[in-house]
Design a protein around this ligand. Structure first.
Ligand SMILES: N[C@@H](CCC(=O)N[C@@H](CS)C(=O)NCC(=O)O)C(=O)O
Length: 216
């Protein structure tokens, strides 16, 4: 059983959770609420860059969220069948991270302000690109004929779009909507989204906990 150490929230850990679920790897969420727990992980030498998230898996202590995702992704065959697919997946994965990043400050900064920027700048920038890729691939996935890390990376941002702006966010982007529907219909992903591993939206409690643990 793997263990994921992070705050009780999404932040930089949610994609690791999604990926573990997609890979059918059982895991436990170990939430940190106190600074002392964070300092102890550092003292024990488990945090390479003195940062969370930390994924304990196969007797290893992995940090750097994208490294954790790729480790799990490789185990589960979500990184492509050849170098060409892997390169395509990597590009879309990184684009998905760039698409997701503007959501991370929600509640750390005033929510309405963050959402306005996402609506006016982030979504118009990224959604047409992912829609075009999805339309060209034509399988309901972004690369090839099955789930990859590209879909999961983009899905995290799409879930946030739907949560904050509703399904109308897909107006004009039918191929991307199909990717969203295909991936969220998979048993592993729909099960995850209903499970206690799926974290709630950022709220004041989460912000307070993060600030306490990191001594901000
Ligand atoms: N590149 C790292 C960034 C991790 C990161 O910024 N973690 C924050 C919490 S979300 C942290 O531990 N900050 C403490 C610090 O940097 O001192 C990753 O993706 O895992």
């Amino acid at each position: 059983m793997a263990t994921l150490y992070y705050f009780e929230g999404r932040g930089k850990a949610e994609l690791i959770r999604l990926c573990l679920a997609a890979a059918k790897i059982e895991f436990k969420d170990h939430f940190l609420y106190e600074r002392a727990e964070f300092l102890k992980l550092m003292e024990d030498g488990k945090l390479l860059f003195n940062q969370l998230p930390l994924l304990e898996i196969d007797g290893k202590f992995l940090t750097q969220s994208n490294a954790c995702v790729r480790y799990v992704g490789r185990k589960a065959g979500l990184c492509g069948k050849n170098d060409d697919e892997a390169a395509q997946i990597d590009m879309l994965y990184e684009g998905g991270r760039d698409f997701m990043t503007p959501f991370l400050p929600i509640v750390f900064k005033p929510e309405a302000e963050v959402l306005e920027t996402i609506k006016s700048k982030t979504m118009p920038r990224y959604m047409p690109i992912f829609d075009k890729v999805a339309a060209t691939n034509g399988t309901g996935y972004l690369v090839g004929g099955g789930l990859t890390l590209a879909d999961l990376s983009v899905l995290e941002a799409l879930l946030a779009c739907v949560e904050y702006f509703g399904m109308e966010c897909f107006n004009g982007f039918p191929a991307l909507k199909k990717v969203y529907e295909t991936v969220t219909s998979l048993d592993t992903i729909s099960g995850f989204l209903k499970s206690s591993h799926r974290m709630r939206k950022n709220d004041d409690r989460y912000i307070t906990e993060v600030k306490r643990v990191l001594a901000w």
